[in-house]
Design a protein around this ligand. Structure first.
Ligand SMILES: *[C@@H]1O[C@H](CO)[C@@H](O)[C@H](O)[C@H]1NC(C)=O
Length: 466
């Protein structure tokens, strides 16, 4: 077998360069030989089943008979019902909707408008001393995720099995000499019942969240202010990190934040259909006895003053304390909210609920699989952390076809961004007009003003043929 490949090489070269030069110097092109692909061994591609990363779980379609990843084949992502709410709107979605759902790339999760963000930053340099915006921008009362629930499709991905711990974040901070946003602003949000009032200088917080207070000097290393330390909480999820801190950590790891569709697909762990979808990560049981075994939530006691700690923890718990879901993800519900990719600077998405949440939303959020909130990107608090995700390797495929310009006309030019610019065609001409109507005759001292006015160019096309 080994000898076959080198032998086939000269034949390959000959078939492509079947150009013969005659004695008189005239180039004669030989009869075109069609390359026979059927006899050739295709180069091996790496087996997608060999691609694994420590501490990450693969989410994608598996072959039902072999249990192996479908890999590079078409449609190896998963479709599921995104957002299962208490109001039962998801009941309208049927099995056939799931099966017929067209495959869509995961990229329609809105990316940050990079240019706009950069522009905003240039115009509003960060003021370290000034107020840091807080914000629950939007609260989803039913905690069923985006309304209405719908079928979505995500391409396969890897995601960290648990939120990033203080220990891991500490490595990043030391390696990069990284300063988190909570440090730059000089404060973060803490839950009032965890503070020692005699030692901590506390300021009023957000009127809409009275039990969260501004604590000067609180950041990931000093979770309750200058007197506190994370030292006995090395394996707890890192908190007091902003969206930027989270994204920078993931980038340093060669990863990225998960999209919220990806995150929810991981949280639902295979229970994607109308017959098996659930409200909570452990099922539909809304009793605290069950919930306490699966997630670090506030519990069956009054918020914010009491916490029975029946689940074992008053605030955050070490990652991987509770059993993982079917796919192997820990802490998908409760413990800390997790930053997601996408959204806008003023309303970034967090998923999963945290240790202050309830089961039915009678206080804070209902910790359902759809639990979702949007926050200002600079918000940091004692219950917000993150984990990272990564896209698997793609196989690059090239398909060449020959194009006969004589018979079929000129080709459009495709640029590196895959947008097609048609070549200008005869019979069409572009005309530009300056739309200055409202700048003219407004008032006579408008000379200077008019100069400043933005000129809007409208582009019209006229056909001379039609
Ligand atoms: C849930 O149901 C869907 C179809 O509705 C099915 O594809 C999937 O395998 C089921 N998941 C489990 C864990 O049984």
């Amino acid at each position: 077998m080994r000898f076959q490949r080198p032998l086939s090489l000269p034949a390959l070269v000959l078939s492509f360069f079947s150009v013969v030069t005659s004695w008189s110097g005239v180039v004669v092109v030989g009869a075109e030989k069609v390359r026979d692909w059927s006899n050739e061994e295709l180069e091996d591609h790496p087996d997608p089943n060999d691609e694994n990363y420590a501490g990450m779980v693969y989410v994608g379609k598996h072959d039902t008979s072999t249990g192996r990843r479908v890999g590079f084949d078409e449609g190896n992502g998963v479709s599921f019902i995104f957002g299962t709410a208490f109001d039962e709107t998801h009941r309208k979605i049927e099995e056939k909707d799931l099966l017929e759902h067209p495959l869509k790339p995961a990229h329609d999760i809105p990316e940050v408008d990079r240019e706009k963000t950069l522009k905003d930053r240039r115009h509003k340099p960060m003021d370290k001393t000034g107020p840091k915006p807080f914000g629950h921008v939007e609260i989803h009362e039913l905690d069923g995720g985006v309304m209405p629930p719908r079928v979505v499709h995500v391409e396969p991905f890897f995601m960290d099995e648990s939120p990033i711990s203080n220990k891991e974040f500490g490595k990043f901070v030391r390696a990069q000499n990284y300063e988190t946003e909570a440090e730059r602003y000089g404060w973060s949000f803490c839950l009032v019942s965890f503070l020692n009032p005699s030692t901590t200088e506390i300021e009023e917080g957000d009127p809409e969240a009275p039990h969260w207070v501004i604590v000067p000097g609180a950041y990931w290393r000093r979770p309750e202010g200058p007197q506190s330390s994370y030292k006995h909480r090395e394996d707890h999820p890192v908190v007091h990190v902003s969206h930027r801190d989270a994204a920078d950590f993931c980038k340093w790891k060669g990863k990225r934040l998960p999209g919220e569709w990806e995150w929810e697909a991981a949280a639902r762990a295979g229970h994607y259909g109308p017959s098996n979808r659930t409200v909570y990560s452990w099922g539909d049981d809304d009793s605290w006895e069950t919930a306490e075994q699966y997630a670090n939530l506030w519990g069956d006691s009054e918020f914010p003053t009491e916490n029975s700690a029946k689940d074992g923890w008053r605030a955050t718990s070490p990652v991987k304390t509770y059993p993982p879901n079917k796919l192997g993800f820990y802490d998908m519900t409760g413990n800390v909210w997790e930053w997601q990719r996408g959204g806008k600077h003023k309303s970034r998405i967090v998923r999963g609920g945290s240790f202050v949440d309830s089961l039915t939303g009678n206080y804070n959020h209902a910790a359902t699989l759809g639990a979702r909130a949007t926050l200002h990107a600079t918000t940091t608090a004692a219950n917000i952390g993150f984990r990272c995700a990564k896209a698997p390797r793609r196989r690059a495929e090239y398909h060449y076809v020959y194009h006969d310009e004589e018979a079929h006309g000129q080709l459009a030019i495709e640029d590196e961004f895959k947008s097609i610019h048609r070549l200008p065609q005869r019979g069409w001409e572009d005309r530009f007009t300056d739309d200055q109507d409202d700048a003219i005759g407004e008032d006579s001292l408008a000379g200077a003003r008019r100069k400043k006015k933005k000129v809007v160019k409208t582009r019209e096309r006229y056909s001379t043929e039609l």
